[in-house]
Design a protein around this ligand. Structure first.
Ligand SMILES: Cc1ncc(COP(=O)(O)O)c(C=O)c1O
Length: 388
């Protein structure tokens, strides 16, 4: 199911058609960049979209009760997260929702906490809305990324700090935060009236044995100031549908968020995402399990190659299909590393510095692709590093 090599050139794909330099793919490079998968979306979802298209109506569409039931039941079944249908706010994507939350709950000049290295739209969303980044960088302790809670507590206590953007599981470092870690984050935010936006978009993609905890499941009282971002997009490779389900249990917060959403001109969901979400969330658990196993094996493969290359380090990748490689020991600057990976190794990557200053010398690779491709690029990486 996942071994098929699909030609995505000419589909308008960001990864394959837009952000690649002229001719680079034809010269043999492979994009392991933008976070969508090289796997076909589950057959049942494709069929639902086809059936819907055949009806021939593409109307203004709401997230009705059938849609909400599918989201609610999925969250309960897969994440033991019990919600009410009315807590779900349908938004055209998680990044959109983060921007809306920033405008809804903070004022220009207010500070928003992020934890670099982190998914770069976090910092862009803060800056683009005229807010200020309060960085609480992650730290590497005994080969593992961790949060610096002492500093987090100090930052959160400042008067002008109004929000925190949490990435859980974390893109790009791959941490699945423990209950204890989330307890500390939730308590610090609650105590300091810092609204906690928890981006849990990668919550279904975990290594075998890992468990994701939805922030409100750590402590129900956290629901007073959390905005939880979920979506079908990462889980089922539906990124282009532009859809997400934001869970806000607190009525006042929810109304403030919805009010901002209407000021932003957003009123109805993508009509195709309705049947796609319903079928994905009711009929495709088997696909998630199979995809996870395939991605786990891919990550094990990358680990085995990295073990043979002393100049590269890989930190424990507990969740997501993104691998975060520490290439600082190659001694290359940002441009040199990018060119080396692209022109010599045939890898189009997301360079680490995009994720923050502390991402310099790192590379993020998306390994949700057929094994044959991964073997080809990883073996080439090994050969080229040996030649240096
Ligand atoms: C942490 C995180 N949040 C949000 C997104 C994008 O979400 P959306 O496409 O719904 O805006 C991504 C995509 O890579 C992501 O990694």
């Amino acid at each position: 199911m996942f071994n098929e090599i699909i030609n995505r050139r000419g589909s308008g794909s960001y990864k394959w058609d837009t952000i690649v330099d002229d001719g680079i793919i034809e010269r043999g490079a492979y994009p392991l960049s933008v976070a969508d998968m090289e796997f076909r979306t589950p057959l049942e979802v494709r069929q639902a979209i086809t059936d819907f298209a055949h009806k021939g109506f593409f109307c203004y569409t709401s997230g009705d009760e059938v849609y909400r039931d599918s989201v609610r039941e999925f969250l309960l079944r897969r994440h033991n997260f019990k919600i009410e249908n009315e807590w779900i706010v349908c938004v055209g994507g998680v990044v959109f929702a983060i921007n809306t939350a920033i405008r809804a709950f903070t004022e220009p000049g207010d500070k928003v906490i992020i934890q670099t290295p982190v998914y770069y739209p976090f910092s862009a969303s803060v800056k683009n809305n005229g807010r200020v980044i309060a960085d609480n960088p992650l730290v590497i302790n005994n080969g593992k990324y961790e949060m610096n809670f002492t500093e987090l507590e100090e930052i959160a206590s400042q008067d002008d700090v109004k929000m925190m953007l949490l990435c859980s599981p974390h893109n790009p470092v791959g941490r699945v935060w423990t209950k204890e870690e989330l307890q500390k984050v939730g308590e610090i935010c609650l105590k300091n009236n810092v609204i906690l936006v928890s981006d849990e978009i990668h919550f279904d993609i975990l290594r075998a044995g890992q468990e994701h905890t939805v922030i409100n499941n750590v402590d129900e009282s956290f629901g007073k100031n959390t905005v939880i971002c979920t979506a079908v997009s990462k889980t089922f490779n539906l990124a282009g549908l532009g859809t997400s389900n934001i869970i806000i249990s607190d009525e006042k917060l929810r109304e403030t968020f919805k009010d901002q959403l209407s000021k932003d001109g957003y009123s109805c969901i993508n009509c195709v995402s309705r049947p796609a979400t319903i079928v994905a969330y009711t009929k495709c658990d088997y696909w998630i399990d199979a995809m996870r196993k395939y991605v786990d094996d891919n990550i094990e493969f990358v680990k085995s190659v990295v073990k043979r290359i002393p100049q590269i380090k890989m930190y424990d990748c507990q969740g997501t299909y993104l691998v975060w490689l520490d290439m600082r020991n190659l001694g290359m600057n940002d441009g040199e590393l990018d060119i080396f990976l692209r022109d010599k190794c045939g890898i189009i990557q997301d360079p680490g510095y995009w994720f923050g200053e502390n991402g310099k010398g790192f590379s993020r690779l998306n390994v949700a692709c057929p094994r044959e491709i991964l073997e080809k690029v990883m073996n080439k990486l090994e050969q080229e590093i040996k030649k240096l």
